[in-house]
Design a protein. Structure first.
Length: 231
């Protein structure tokens, strides 16, 4: 079943109410998102598609992975301009928080060498990313930069979400590999599992807004079931 979310601008998002619950869910979800990225990095069995690109880019610039996530979020947001995507509060929070929380968790979690531990971290990272995705999207504060790029391209091209998402992920993986990024079992597992894991979690976390808050909204949009940084 497709879960529908209100397509609200930043002011309307604030006026929609239930702010304590929604802000708490947004920020906890984004922190867990960054933590899931850190778990996959420390698992070292392959990164999520966008993180393959991030890991390739940091080979050429003097910043760490979390900082590159933030930089690329800003770059992707610039691509929203010709697509006329509408950013929300969650869009900005997503761009700023995920990389920072990933760096924080990685600083506390040492590199692992035992295969069993690395496998556990990779599986936990994928599962945590699915939960975090459902939480932050369900808070009704808008899409993250990479999900917004996907939905913007869908609207502009008329192609399916599946086609656009797959094309984007293949493109960033190829570019990341060309730059020296890491591809592995975790990358494939993430691509296969993140959608099926997020789909059943999302309806539970979508915060219902008062009808009056969304009465003037012309349409609702289907919630993407992707991982954002991807994670």
């Amino acid at each position: 079943m497709t879960t529908l979310l209100a397509d609200l601008g930043p002011i309307a998002q604030l006026r929609a109410g239930r702010l304590p619950r929604r802000f708490a869910q947004l920020f906890v979800g984004l922190f867990l998102y960054g933590a899931s990225l850190a778990l996959m990095v420390r698992g070292n069995l392959g990164l999520a598609p966008w993180d393959v690109l991030h890991s390739g880019l940091i080979r050429y610039v003097p910043i760490d992975l979390g900082q590159m996530v933030i930089v690329m979020s800003v770059v992707v947001l610039l691509l929203w301009i010709p697509l006329r995507e509408k950013p929300g509060i969650g869009t900005v929070a997503n761009a700023l928080m995920i990389g920072s929380s990933a760096d924080l968790v990685m600083a506390e979690l040492p590199t692992q060498h035992h295969l069993a531990v690395r496998l556990i971290l990779t599986v936990a990272g994928i599962a945590l990313c699915a939960l975090a995705t459902a939480m932050y999207i369900g808070a009704q504060f808008g899409r993250g930069p990479r999900d917004g790029l996907m939905t913007g391209l869908v609207r502009r091209t008329g192609w399916s979400i599946r086609l656009v998402r797959t094309g984007l992920e293949i493109a960033v993986v190829i570019l990341g590999l060309l730059l020296g990024g890491g591809l592995g079992l975790g990358t494939v597992a993430f691509a296969l599992l993140i959608g099926p894991l997020t789909q059943p979690l999302l309806p539970f976390w979508v915060v219902r807004l008062p009808e009056a808050a969304t009465a003037s909204v012309p349409a609702t949009v289907p919630a993407p079931v992707t991982g954002e940084a991807s994670c």
